[in-house]
Design a protein around this ligand. Structure first.
Ligand SMILES: C[S@@+](CC[C@H](N)C(=O)[O-])C[C@H]1O[C@@H](n2cnc3c(N)ncnc32)[C@H](O)[C@@H]1O
Length: 317
């Protein structure tokens, strides 16, 4: 795990080690979708006993929060999609509280999958919260609070603790102030975790030994035809998909037989773009993730490495 400019966290190894991360603080909380980070910074400053992790999908929001937060040692921010990565970053029962302030409601039915609280979110939440831990959702869209409350309270390990219309909070977000100024009601829904629960993780409880490798050796150098055939080659297994988009000759002059294969892979709807490095060395070829790739080792990434290995290996064809 590296902590960079303005508290930005680059998780290189998953899951995050809660003890290392919290640095002795007794509480750990997660805020999903913090926007410009004003609330996040104020909240962390007001709760010095709490490690606050902010998760945001928008790089520009990450940059804005990073500019504001450099002085706080109890705040870490990470750029990723909470729908897929919350369960990957955190071990079971590691968070005291998860909160979402004014999530994008995505009111159209065809966009429902983009709502953070849909899909496997209730399972993931039930896994990462401590027993007695709290999930708090604050929104100006009452239909959204009701929908999320119904969906989450059906979970065997979650139970609704409160539902408040007209909530007033000491620390407010940018959207909250906007909606309050327009006279809209703020709804606050809270749920607690009542019993143990776990989910399988993509990146660290991966069971399929067949593609548990992220380095592959092919046993021979690739031919030009094999490399050319990679353009647009793709694969799918279950929810994992990958495609090899373009091939570049690596400009590293000390390694003249190196290529970079631009790869896009998705797990469910979680998309990652990265390069796989193909290095021919004598009678062998090594395929691995390029060192610049900030990529999570999800099933589709592992499968893409294995697939590229098969396409360039001695038994291909
Ligand atoms: C309507 S804004 C609210 C921002 C802030 N919480 C506030 O109240 O001012 C919703 C935020 O959630 C972020 N977001 C949307 N989907 C997300 C996801 N799947 N994971 C993490 N952040 C997400 C968006 O980038 C956006 O910044």
């Amino acid at each position: 795990m590296t902590v960079g400019y303005g508290n930005i966290l680059f998780p290189e190894e998953l899951p995050l080690d809660p003890a290392r991360l919290s640095n002795g603080l007794p509480r750990a909380e997660l805020e999903i979708g913090f926007g410009n980070g004003e609330f996040t910074v104020e909240y962390a400053a007001a709760h010095p006993d709490t490690l606050l992790i902010g998760m945001e999908v928008s790089p520009s929001c990450i940059a804005r929060c990073a500019r504001r937060s450099g002085h706080l040692s109890n705040l870490r921010i990470v750029c990723t999609d909470a729908r897929f990565m919350m369960k990957e970053l955190f071990v079971d029962a590691s968070l005291d509280r998860v909160c979402m302030n004014f999530p994008c409601p995505w009111p159209k039915n065809r966009h429902a999958r983009r709502r953070v609280t849909t899909g496997e979110f209730s399972d993931d939440l039930a896994a990462v919260l401590k027993i007695g831990g709290v999930f708090e959702l604050v929104t100006d869209e009452e239909w959204y609070a009701l929908e999320a409350g119904n969906a989450l309270s059906r979970h065997e390990a979650l139970s609704v603790a409160s539902y408040e219309v007209g909530a007033k909070r000491a620390i407010t977000t940018k959207y909250e102030r906007k909606w309050l100024a327009m006279g809209r009601n703020i709804v606050r829904l809270t749920l607690t975790k009542t019993k143990n629960f776990t989910v399988e993780r993509w990146t660290w409880s991966f069971k399929n030994g067949e593609c548990d490798e992220v380095h592959v050796k092919t046993g021979r150098p690739p031919s030009r035809e094999e490399l050319e055939k990679l353009f647009g080659a793709s694969g799918v297994r279950g929810d994992a998909r990958w495609v090899f988009k373009r091939l570049f000759r690596d400009a590293d002059l000390s390694a003249p037989d190196c290529w970079l294969v631009e790869t896009i892979s998705t797990d469910d709807e979680f998309e990652q773009r990265y390069y796989l490095k193909v290095s021919a060395r004598g009678n062998d070829t090594l395929i691995k993730l390029d060192g610049t790739a900030k990529v999570y080792l999800t099933p589709s990434v592992r499968l893409a490495v294995a697939d590229l290995g098969r396409r360039l290996s001695a038994c291909a064809g």
